[in-house]
Design a protein around this ligand. Structure first.
Ligand SMILES: [Zn+2]
Length: 81
């Protein structure tokens, strides 16, 4: 039996983009770390001037519909051909 290796998955990933060189990188930090003033360092140039990028992964995930609604619920019969 291995110890629970998936525990670190609960730490959210944040996308950052370096303002100096444009490098995009990910930072893994807990909510507490982020609330406490997380200052990510660019792995490419070492700059601490990075801004957080917005990711839409969560929104896309929520927008997914069940396949049964794929052809639209308000359309008449035959819309699927
Ligand atoms: Zn950089």
């Amino acid at each position: 039996m291995r110890p629970a290796a998936g525990r670190s998955v609960s730490m959210p990933l944040y996308d950052y983009e370096c303002r100096r060189c444009g490098e995009a990188f990910e930072v893994r930090a807990s909510i507490a770390e982020r609330e406490g003033g997380l200052v990510p360092t660019c792995p490419a140039c070492g700059s601490r001037e990075a801004r957080q990028r917005l990711t839409f992964a969560t929104i896309v995930h929520q927008a997914r519909r069940p396949s049964s609604l794929a052809c639209g619920p308000d359309r008449g019969p035959g819309c699927c051909g």
